[in-house]
Design a protein. Structure first.
Length: 441
């Protein structure tokens, strides 16, 4: 297994166990696929974990040495600069079938990663931005930026401490669930995220602990026809703590128990408080079946209790699963399923039940040409208001990786919303085509 694949797989495990507090809104910078490939850091230790799953490497995770960034060295630090330039076509710019407009945009995405090159610890700083300029609708021009710092230190042969924080200025896209249809421009908000965690591992047992905190602050938006919309009622803070205790039954199978607790505080919510507290308890398994399949699947019970009188709790079956199948070295199939409770900026509600799944296929057509296709369906059921969103989506892309450390990507994305709700929310379907060139050193 290559280092980058191991890193991505480990991160997915930690996110599944901990329920990391990423910014809840689907910012463009956070949602769109990354194209710059920074090599994974070397491991803190040469000891092999019994929980390591490395019989096969997925096509999308495979590190291609001829393409990966080479780095600039400055003392004890390695620098990885990158720049993506591309075009975007959208068939429904405002995510509103009653106000359907198409447009094209220039998208520029510079980024820089700086990290230590050696030692018993790892420290990395990063900065990324997204600038979009539309040909006709200049009100939709946006700028986003994100900067962060993260690090880890070994405290044993297979144990470590991790911590990180980031701050960003983002755009709430028009297709976001809490984007008001009468806003003259997309909502702007800032997000601060911080986390700390520990992995303590012995011969056949490991414990993963993590705490997260996230704070979102929205700016009031100008309204169509004049005036100002009050949108700061979306401001909120989220705090979460989680633990996972895992036991290896063999080098290929482990079982675990996990639990999480959270508290969500809305700073300026109208119509009474939308604050809530919740928890989840799970049992799960992480496994690998030779070089054919691996997965991490957990099931359990989730519940969110709201402070507002008369609002019933959200509760029920909770799950998070990922299954990866390798029919051969050139093809990878990935299936995911989720049932979780999410906090929401939609006025009148503090959260919703998020359920659905997806299926993805990655195929290496030739050594430096990768085709990917993904489809999924989710349903969001809100508490406190009469609203239920059906959210199908589809993605397809063709990526060419050059030996000269650049890549070209042609992508298609379909997004839609079919809402069973009242006024103030629109149904939409949007077809997006993008073409991107990425350069890195």
């Amino acid at each position: 297994m290559t280092a980058v694949a191991a890193g991505r797989w480990t991160r997915s495990l930690l996110l599944a166990a901990a329920g990391a507090c990423a910014a809840p809104s689907p910012a463009q910078l956070l949602q769109d696929p990354a194209t710059v490939i920074v090599p994974a850091e070397p491991p803190l230790t040469t000891a092999r974990s019994v929980f390591q799953r490395d019989a096969e490497v997925g096509v999308a995770d495979r590190m291609l040495p001829a393409f990966s960034a080479q780095r600039l060295t400055l003392g004890a630090f390695d620098l990885y600069p990158g720049l993506s330039i591309g075009g975007l076509y959208t068939s429904n710019l405002f995510a509103n079938n009653d106000r359907r407009r198409s447009d094209v945009a220039l998208v520029v995405r510079p980024e820089l990663t700086v990290r230590t090159s050696s030692g018993p610890y790892r420290v990395a700083a990063y900065g990324r931005s997204d600038l979009r300029r539309y040909a006709r609708h200049v009100s939709e021009n946006t700028e986003e930026g994100l900067a962060g710092l993260e690090g880890s230190v070994a405290i044993g042969a297979l144990s470590s401490l991790t911590a990180g924080a980031n701050y960003g200025s983002f755009i709430n896209p028009r297709f976001a669930a809490d984007s008001p249809i009468d806003a003259a421009k997309p909502l702007e908000y800032t997000a601060f995220n911080a986390y700390g965690g520990a992995t303590i591992e012995g011969a056949s047992t490991r414990v993963i602990l993590r705490v997260d905190a996230a704070t979102l602050r929205f700016r009031d938006a100008p309204a169509i026809g004049g005036g100002t919309l009050f949108t700061r009622d979306r401001d909120r803070s989220r705090y979460q703590a989680s633990a996972r205790v895992e036991r290896a039954l063999s080098p290929a199978v482990s079982v675990y128990g996990a639990a999480s607790v959270n508290a969500i505080d809305y700073r300026l919510a109208t119509n009474g408080t939308r604050n809530s507290k919740g928890y989840g308890v799970y049992v799960g398994s992480n496994f690998e079946v030779s070089a054919l399949m691996r997965g991490d699947i957990r099931v359990g019970y989730i519940r969110q209790n709201f402070d507002l009188a008369g609002v019933r709790p959200l509760s029920g079956f909770g799950t998070l699963g990922r299954l990866v199948y390798f029919p051969n070295r050139l093809w990878t199939l990935t299936a995911t399923a989720e049932s979780s409770i999410q906090d929401s900026g939609v006025p009148g509600t503090g959260g919703f039940l998020h359920r659905g799944g997806s299926l993805r296929s990655d195929h290496e057509l030739r050594r430096y040409l990768i085709a990917s296709i993904e489809g999924g369906y989710f349903r969001d059921t809100y508490r406190g208001i009469q609203r239920r969103d059906s959210l199908p989506y589809a993605d397809a892309s063709l990526t060419y990786l050059s030996r000269s450390h650049w890549n070209a990507r042609l992508g298609y994305r379909y997004l839609a919303r079919d809402c069973t709700c009242g006024v103030g929310v629109t149904d939409f379907d949007d077809h997006r085509v993008s073409a991107t060139l990425t350069f890195q050193y």
